[in-house]
Design a protein around this ligand. Sequence first.
Ligand code: NAG
Ligand code: NAG
Ligand code: NAG
Ligand code: NAG
Length: 190
Amino acid sequence: MEIATSRKLGTLLSLMFLWIFPGDAQMVLPRKRIEVINGQMVVLQAWYAPTSDINRNTIIWNFMSNASTLIISNTAGVPSHGSPQFMKRVGFTEAMPNSNLSIFINNTRESDSGRYLCQVIIPEATALTGELTLNVKVPPSPPVCTMVGKPVLKGNVTFSCKSKAGKPVPLYRWTKTSPRVRGLLLSYAE
Ligand SMILES: *[C@@H]1O[C@H](CO)[C@@H](O)[C@H](O)[C@H]1NC(C)=O
Ligand SMILES: *[C@@H]1O[C@H](CO)[C@@H](O)[C@H](O)[C@H]1NC(C)=O
Ligand SMILES: *[C@@H]1O[C@H](CO)[C@@H](O)[C@H](O)[C@H]1NC(C)=O
Ligand SMILES: *[C@@H]1O[C@H](CO)[C@@H](O)[C@H](O)[C@H]1NC(C)=O
């Protein structure tokens, strides 16, 4: 009963929406912030409800870093690939032309982190745009640790550990195993 009511309300709202913005469909990007571990595959989801013949539309995905670089595009079912950064790693998840604009990126890299812009160019109509952010995280590499100072009674020693790779910057936790000593001072260093 409640579901039926909310469905009706949903239909009513979308009808109102169409009435306010006639002919202008919105692009849907269900996940605007995506996190992935480097090396994994990721799907950037986007779709829209076309109000005209989709065969005439052009789909463009851009990666927005310092400059905007083309990732992939498709005009009337004819694909074209862009930047070498994404070459051979990206593709549309659905056969084009399609109202589902989702793309996949294989073997993600840290440098894929950033903003992604999807556009639909529709002849004689306003273009649709949508944006999402991808964060490619890197697991920390095993830390390299060093000791400075002489490990003598009442002497000071500094332990340092650092990982070459890791995004976000790795946090370290130091623990001392046996024997338990009171008043041991641990100095923290990255
Ligand atoms: C973006 O600009 C910064 C500083 O201007 C530069 O260090 C970096 O390499 C540039 N990145 C790309 C992908 O061009
Ligand atoms: C992406 O990875 C999938 C699964 O590993 C594979 O089937 C597909 O061919 C790859 N696509 C590209 C363009 O590399
Ligand atoms: C569009 O395609 C993506 C990837 O295959 C899928 O996850 C999503 O559910 C599809 N969206 C719709 C509305 O069918
Ligand atoms: C060890 O460090 C403490 C605090 O910084 C200092 O007061 C002390 O003199 C140092 N001891 C030696 C042996 O360097």
